[in-house]
Design a protein around this ligand. Sequence first.
Ligand code: CUA
Length: 352
Amino acid sequence: MHMLLKSLGSLLVGRKIALRLALATFVLSGTVYAAPDQVTNIFKPLSTPAESVYQAALLTMAVCAVIFLIVGGLLAYTTIRFRRRAADDGLEPPQIYGSNQIELAWTVLPVLVVFVLILVTSRTIADVQNKPAAADSLKVTVVGHQWWWEIRYPDLGIVTANEIHVPVSGAAKPRQTFLRLESADVAHSFWVPRLAGKTDLIPNRANMMWIEPKQVGTYLGNCAEYCGTQHARMLLRVIVHEPDDFARWAAAQQQNGAEDPQVKAGRDVFFSTSCVNCHTISGTSARGRFGPDLTHLMSRDTLASGAAPNTPEKLRAWVRDPQTIKDGSLMPNMQLTEQELDQLVSYLLTLK
Ligand code: CUA
């Protein structure tokens, strides 16, 4: 089946055309701050569920292309072959009505085609949905918020935001990551095109999905279900590591928030304002869950779920007035003085 799909695909679509089509139509313009090789593309799957979806899509497109060619070809042929000519006698052609054979053919054939597509699609869905979690698979809980992603590793005791770090799945030793998808407020949808299809995050319900990335790198994704003002800036990245690098990342994330006496003034600003009501810094009294965990804030690439790169300047602008970077963001302007801002940012910068 796999080979058949592949040869059908290359025969009918052609790699170059597929690539151009992909670039023209499916490049996600919402994924800002991405290197060119990070441009996401549903035609370049790099994880088992995304590959299954891609193959089912390829078969569907191939079948549709054949039908299009037959119908379009016949239409073009009749239009040209039987067009009005100068020597026409102006009389109506013979009127023919009813043919059991032809009517039977154009009823039975489409039914068969649809039946084949239903079977292939339901098999793909079942293969992806019914996959049992292996004992060594990584378990991650993803909670959708307006408008950011809370990422929890229950077995590792790690909490982070907007970036999911996972180990690569080797050819010799496949390793899946199972995602438990929840929502803190409204419906969101988890979509990293090169890793898997979309799965919704729905309040009061847990959905499961899994990924099996086969190549180290950064994979971009975004929320794929309209969830309010900043739905478009609810970006997401999956960072795939070699197993050793992943272990190092996990060990670093398990540490408590840094305690640097040099930034005591900034720390005092943080703990004397309502920052602590919404954010957690592990090892401290800040235990808020409404906003992202800040314990290792500076280990992340972006701020505000991909709305800005995580640089000291942007961080300062973000804390000064979040609305200038993400209009509608639920983080309030704390009305800090310029001095307090400098102190606070110098503290946040130590949270690596
Ligand atoms: Cu979250 Cu759209």
